[in-house]
Design a protein around this ligand. Sequence first.
Ligand code: NOJ
Length: 537
Amino acid sequence: MHRSPDSRPTASPTGGPGTPWWRTAVVYQVYVRSFADSDGDGVGDLAGIRERLDYLDLLGVDALWLTPFYPSPGVDHGYDVADPRAVDPVLGDLAGFDALVATAHELGLKVIVDLVPNHDSNRHASFIEALADPAAPARKRYVFRDGTGEDGAEPPNNWKSVFGGPAWTRVGDGQWYLHLFTPEQPDLDWTSPEVAADVERTLRFWLDRGVDGFRIDVAHGMAKEPGLPDVSRTADAASGLLDDSDERDPRFDVDGVHDVHRHFRRVLDSYRDRMAVGEVWVTDDERLARYVRPDELHLAFSIRLLQARWDAAELRDAVDHSITAMSSVGAPASWVLSNHDVVRHTTRYADGDEATGRRRARAAALVQLGLPGVAYLYYGDELALPNVELPDEALQDPVWERSGHTDRGRDGERVPMPWSGEKPPYDFTTGASTWLPMPEDWADLTVESQLEDASSTLSLYRRALELRREHTALSGESLEWFNAPAGCLAFRRPGGLLCALNASDSTVPMPPGDLLLASGPLGRDGLLPPDTAVWLA
Ligand code: NOJ
């Protein structure tokens, strides 16, 4: 590999001292049910997380993001919220939440919580009121419509739910309500001022309790095309992802959604140093950039990197497009390799071979953590946890039922964290069982066993996070690409480290420089083996 740039820097203007924390942070996503259980019921909880905060400190992350812990019937495991300003008794209480935030802050860790503004649970008090009486003011908070066809027996339009099946359910009085996810998740009507006022109350409730930011669920979903026209194109109608066609999906990414984000931003700006990151499922980077204009969200996850295959050109393309789009509006990029909705990258990259998956996952970590912007680690990324093939009877994700058992759903990436010991439940709980079964062969993957092993994935992450602080803190938010052999990529952070990845099948020469860190064993004579990444100074 040569050490001369092959393109002008892809840059955004800021970086360095005085940069707000959220522009460069490493955020650790805690899937609350699966991180640590304090009371033996087999379900992770807030007190369990608090007991394990020392681990996050030791790992060296800057912030944690808690998935929803609000009272919920659990149809979508917390993303069906029955009361957004309380804690589900299964997961703790408000005093426990306050204690968790206080301990995190003592350790210098920021706390981000999930906000679910697109829909409620059907057990939310307002929806119960709305169902009980067609004239109830609460009905205006949801999207109720008369049906079409004879006696209104057909849904108001042809919209599909993202989880499969129609996006409308009929109620006893004959009207239909909209749910872009499960029927237990009625969509809110954001044209109602009551909805906006109520979500503002929720934002302020958690901000006043000291949270440092929000992850906004379905941040492209709140506005619907006025008149709710049919979806006429067929491509990807089920997932809600935009495709390359010019036609806009009337369910998602409708212009009015930006007013919602401007409202959120005004609220956040009335506090100090708070942030919001959006889950925005649009694959067009220019559309994505609209969400992070200076008066909207601070950040939006880069979907491209999450979807890229193990291919240097595809990875580079994802990085390039994301940085270019984000920097066009002055925002840093947000890099994700795994989360609670996608197959873990150790498995995605594996091509059916677990050792290959693990090797690639380690290399991907150096790429992710070497990039400018924000990195999000999904719990267990640092242990190279694979997805788990669960037996049918263990599956709980509504996607499994709603897809008519054709899609196994997302439980495989939500299996509890293995902490220590030789067999399940690996100290995740003091109870006998866990809400999703844990594999028998995870003894070598536990935190305890990986902490003792200098060559483990956990040790690699710890060292990478340490070096990231030293070597990228002052290097701004730009990146410079270098010529690299086919199947490889190499970039440098100006004044900081150089990252090279060999994603090809053959060994290649190493770029010149002092080796800081390698994701795996190097070849003799300093050659870079396949599926390996290095950081050089
Ligand atoms: C996105 C969340 O990440 C996912 O888990 C959830 O099912 C949907 N939004 C609906 O809230």
